[in-house]
Design a protein. Structure first.
Length: 470
């Protein structure tokens, strides 16, 4: 039996074809994912552009974005539900584009970080609204495929970001890593104005939990800062320990606040769903490993094999090309089989790719035989795992909770990304690198992949019968 929560809320009637709406919403989500990883390729160019900035300072060009994005995603999901998905989506796209232009014009690391914060707010507004818009125009029977494809678009963008970024930055300079957002984002803004219909409001406007947001930012920011600065001599071990402890204490306070607040940033009741609970912890582990993989690849290619930036970008390309077709096939099969087989198989394959790059590549460039096999394994693994995590997270939630549930899951992935960047910078951020410096990174990467596999064992999204979709 179809419930009111299952009926589309975007407009009065189902459009003749949902795909034009899908592509408008997905273009914006594509840009957000692209921007998240494209700057992995910009790390060395930014270091040359701002020679007075430390490696730890530059890491905040990435992590200020991810920390704010992760924290803002959660209230943004509620804002989309209560203030109208089209309205929140359009505001998010416009702010993202304006901040992208400001990033490209920034004349110092401080201004660049500030512009990245604004860009993160825009990205956070549009992301959950984008998925809600997609879900609303597809019938229940086709939502699993739509969610998987939406996740695949984001996964592909995140995967091709480093290779696309390396080409754009080498040809036109680091500001174009941001200017490239303007034409596609402008297209999404223009087409969205005419194609999208406003959704019905789903209740009273929710209060924004400022205390919860502050505690979450402090928790993630303090732990990330402690990791990033761990090898910087200006910080003592005691200061770093205090900073890390502060972050952990803020995390505990965040959970305690969420338990008693009337309108908390994160409704802990979401985690009563067993699959949702395990998928989110797995997302944290996989998100950490994902950013470690890409940053580590560029450090290796440019410092051990001495590739140029375009060569390093070209070297990473074959893996991402496998993400989209793998994700599409996975989404179709998951409709019948559930997501667990693909999560388990993909995580194990990701661990194998880590083991390969840990043991096989040496100091002499032998790309086809020493690097490409590991890269192909990682590309297929990302296509299996990344969209499956997004789809599995909301598969058992009521439709009315899709936006907030998706926002929490995406926020978890971004927190993992921030931790992955911090770990990579701490392990590889010094001036001269040797092959042995990468062993700890790849061993930790493999451990996180195996942890993802273990966490996905309890996941259950397999259809339970003809009534499962109602």
């Amino acid at each position: 039996m179809t419930t009111a929560a299952d009926t589309p809320t975007l407009g009065a009637a189902m459009p003749s074809s949902p795909w034009p709406v899908f592509w408008v919403a997905s273009i914006a989500a594509f840009l957000v994912s692209l921007d998240t990883t494209m700057l992995f390729a910009a790390f060395d160019p930014l270091r040359r552009a701002f020679p007075d900035a430390t490696t730890a300072d530059l890491s905040w060009v990435l992590n200020a974005y991810t920390v704010v994005y992760a924290t803002m995603l959660i209230p943004a999901g509620g804002l989309a539900d209560t203030h109208g998905r089209k309205r929140v989506f359009m505001i998010g796209v416009a702010l993202f584009l304006a901040a992208s232009a400001a990033c490209g014009l920034a004349g110092s690391v401080g201004w660049l970080v500030a512009a990245r914060v604004l860009q993160a707010i825009g990205a956070a507004l549009l992301t959950p609204a984008s998925l809600s818009i997609v879900l609303a125009v597809f019938p229940q029977s086709r939502r699993a495929v739509a969610v998987s494809l939406w996740g695949a678009v984001g996964g592909l963008a995140a995967a091709v970001g480093p290779s696309a970024g390396s080409f754009v930055i080498d040809q036109f300079g680091w500001p174009w890593a941001f200017y490239i957002n303007l034409p596609l984002g402008g297209l999404a803004l223009w087409r969205g104005a005419s194609l999208l219909s406003e959704s019905e409001r789903t209740g009273e406007p929710r209060r924004v939990d400022g205390v919860g947001m502050a505690l979450l930012m402090l928790a993630v920011g303090a732990v990330t800062l402690a990791i990033v600065e761990s090898e910087v001599p200006t910080w003592s071990r005691l200061e770093l320990a205090i900073m890390g402890a502060t972050g952990l204490a803020a995390g505990g306070a965040f959970v305690a606040w969420a338990r008693k607040a009337k309108a908390p940033l994160v409704d802990l009741a979401l985690f009563q769903h067993r699959t949702y609970r395990y998928v989110n912890v797995a997302t944290l582990a996989f998100g950490t490993a994902f950013s470690m993989m890409f940053m580590g690849l560029f450090f290796y290619m440019m410092n051990i094999w001495h590739f140029s930036l375009p060569q390093a970008g070209l070297a990473v390309t074959p893996g991402p090309l496998l993400v989209m077709p793998t994700a599409i096939i996975t989404g179709r099969l998951a409709t019948r089989l559930g997501h667990r087989p693909f999560l388990l198989g993909g995580s194990l394959l990701y661990a194998c790719s880590s083991l390969w790059v840990l043991l096989v590549p040496g100091t002499e460039p032998q790309y086809l035989t020493h690097w490409l096999p590991g890269l192909m394994m990682s590309g297929i693994a990302v296509g299996l795992v990344l969209p499956s995590l997004s789809a599995a997270a909301v598969s058992r939630l009521p439709v009315a909770h899709y936006a907030v549930g998706t926002a929490v899951n995406q926020a978890t992935r971004q927190i993992g990304s921030a931790l992955g960047v911090a770990i990579t910078v701490a392990l590889l951020g010094h001036a001269t690198l040797q092959r042995a410096d990468f062993d700890a990174l790849y061993a930790l990467h493999m451990a996180l992949a195996l942890l993802t596999c273990l966490l996905c064992l309890p996941v259950d999204t397999k259809p339970r019968g003809p009534s499962a979709a109602t």
